[in-house]
Design a binder for this molecule. Sequence first.
Ligand SMILES: [Zn+2]
Length: 118
Amino acid sequence: MHEMSVALAVVDQVEQAARSRGPGGVRQVHVDIGELAGVVPGSLAFCFELACAGTVLEGAALVTRPVPGRASCAPCRRTWDTGMPPDLLCGGCRGPATALLSGRELTVTEVHWATEPD
Ligand SMILES: [Zn+2]
């Protein structure tokens, strides 16, 4: 399952940060999820809980933020929301997008530690 490998990677990343911080748990992990990354937030939350069990992240909440897919066409200087399934044809010239600007993110953006005040 794709979500499980993503969840394990997130846990691994936060664990490494936690090690350099010393003792104390994790309250919340914020993750940006690109619309085109192929990750279902609900499934990720489920896998995240499993992946956290027995680690310093046990009991931490996952907060996901969806990032819309954006594509651009250099010749037309246009950018657009790709939607899902992604529309990668330029509305101006009907050519293929020359760049995908966003939508593939799977990024830990913030970690809230249990030792931090609210
Ligand atoms: Zn174009």
